[in-house]
Design a binder for this molecule. Structure first.
Ligand code: CA
Ligand code: CA
Length: 307
C-alpha cells in the first residue's frame, strides 16, 4: 500500500513538472474590436511575418519604453522569447491576422508579456517593428493535472512602440540612435566619471580619444592595439584601408597624407567603398596613398562637423 501511494505521488510530481500554462493569443473575433496588424504604409502585414512573444526580466515599463526608442536590437538584447508565431498562422492565412498558442515556462508565473511584431519573417530582415504590451499575468501551472489556459486578445494590448489606429496596430521604422553621447554611455560601465565620457578623453589609455574610437569602430572601454589604418602594397601602389562610421551625419572620418610630416593633406582621391564584413553603420574605405617611390605618411582623422 505504501509503495502504491509513493508511485502515485511520483507520477503526480512528474505531471506537475511537465505541465505549463498555455497562452493563447489572437486578433480573431469581433467581440474585442478591431486589432489587425499593418505596416507603417497601412498595408496588412504579410503572411509569415514574425510575431515574437517576449518578457523583459527585471525591467520596468519606462526602461522597456526607453529600449524601444533605441531600436529593435536593444529590445531583443534585453528580452526573453516565449515561442514564436507568424502572421496568418491559425487565422486562415489572412494577412494581418494571427492566432498563437505558446507554452509559458513550467511552474512559473509570467508577468509583463509583450508582443514584438516585425515586417519580415525574420527579425534580422525587418526594418520596421512594433512592441505591444499585454495586460495581466499568466498564472502558474495547474499542478492538479489540468493545464492552465490563459487567453489574450490583441485588442487588449497597448502600444509601447509602433502605431495604432481604429483599424489596428502598425509597425514603424526602427529608430536607432547613433550619436556619440548614446554610444559612449553604452561603451562605459555605469558610474564612469563624466570626464571619461568626453570626446577628448582616453579612459582605456590606448592613445585613442573616445571620438577617434567612435569614428573608427574600436572600443572606448578596452585598449585597442590593432592599427586604425592598414597599409596594403599592390601593383598600383600603396593603399590605405580603414573603417569609417557612416551613421552619424555630424561626423567626418577621413585619411590624410604627407611626404614630409608637415602640411598634412586630406586624401580624397580614388576612394573605394566596401560594406562587406563591417559592423552596422560602418564601411571600409580604401584609397591609393602613393606609387611607392618615396617616403609617405598617412593618418586617419575624426572631426565633428559644425552644426
Ligand atoms: Ca581610448
Ligand atoms: Ca580603445
Amino acid at each position: 500500500m505504501k509503495v502504491r501511494n509513493l508511485l502515485v505521488a511520483v507520477l503526480l510530481g512528474t505531471l506537475g513538472q511537465a505541465l505549463a500554462a498555455d497562452l493563447i493569443l489572437s486578433n480573431l473575433g469581433e467581440d474585442f474590436g478591431p486589432a489587425s496588424l499593418f505596416e507603417a504604409s497601412g498595408m496588412p502585414l504579410d503572411e509569415g511575418d514574425l510575431i515574437q512573444i517576449v518578457i523583459f526580466p527585471g525591467l520596468n515599463s519606462s526602461e522597456i519604453e526607453q529600449l524601444a526608442e533605441e531600436g529593435v536590437e536593444s529590445v531583443m538584447a534585453a528580452s526573453a522569447p516565449l515561442g514564436s508565431t507568424a502572421v496568418g498562422v491559425g487565422a486562415t492565412g489572412n494577412n494581418g491576422g494571427f492566432e498563437s498558442v505558446v507554452q509559458t515556462p513550467a511552474g512559473t508565473e509570467v508577468a509583463g508579456l509583450h508582443l514584438l511584431i516585425f515586417n519580415a519573417p525574420q527579425a534580422a530582415d525587418a526594418d520596421e517593428f512594433s512592441l505591444l504590451r499585454l495586460p495581466g499575468v499568466v498564472p502558474e501551472d495547474e499542478v492538479g493535472g489540468f493545464e492552465g489556459f490563459y487567453t489574450r486578445h490583441l485588442g487588449e494590448a497597448s502600444v509601447v512602440f509602433g502605431g495604432e489606429s481604429e483599424g489596428g496596430f502598425s509597425t514603424l521604422p526602427a529608430t536607432v540612435r547613433s550619436d556619440f553621447e548614446y554610444w559612449i554611455a553604452h561603451e562605459m560601465p555605469e558610474g564612469t566619471p563624466a570626464a571619461d565620457l568626453l570626446e577628448t578623453a582616453d579612459p582605456d589609455f590606448d592613445g585613442r580619444s573616445n571620438l577617434l574610437e567612435y569614428g573608427t569602430g574600436s572600443s572606448a572601454a578596452f585598449a585597442d592595439f590593432s592599427p586604425i589604418l592598414r597599409l596594403e602594397r599592390r601593383v598600383t601602389g600603396i593603399h590605405v584601408r580603414y573603417l569609417r562610421r557612416m551613421d552619424d551625419p555630424t561626423l567626418r572620418v577621413f585619411a590624410e597624407s604627407t611626404s614630409s610630416l608637415a602640411g598634412w593633406q586630406p586624401l580624397d582621391a580614388n576612394e573605394e567603398i566596401s560594406a562587406d564584413d563591417v559592423p552596422r553603420g560602418f564601411e571600409w574605405v580604401e584609397q591609393l596613398l602613393s606609387d611607392g617611390s618615396g617616403p609617405v605618411f598617412a593618418r586617419v582623422k575624426v572631426e565633428r562637423l559644425e552644426e
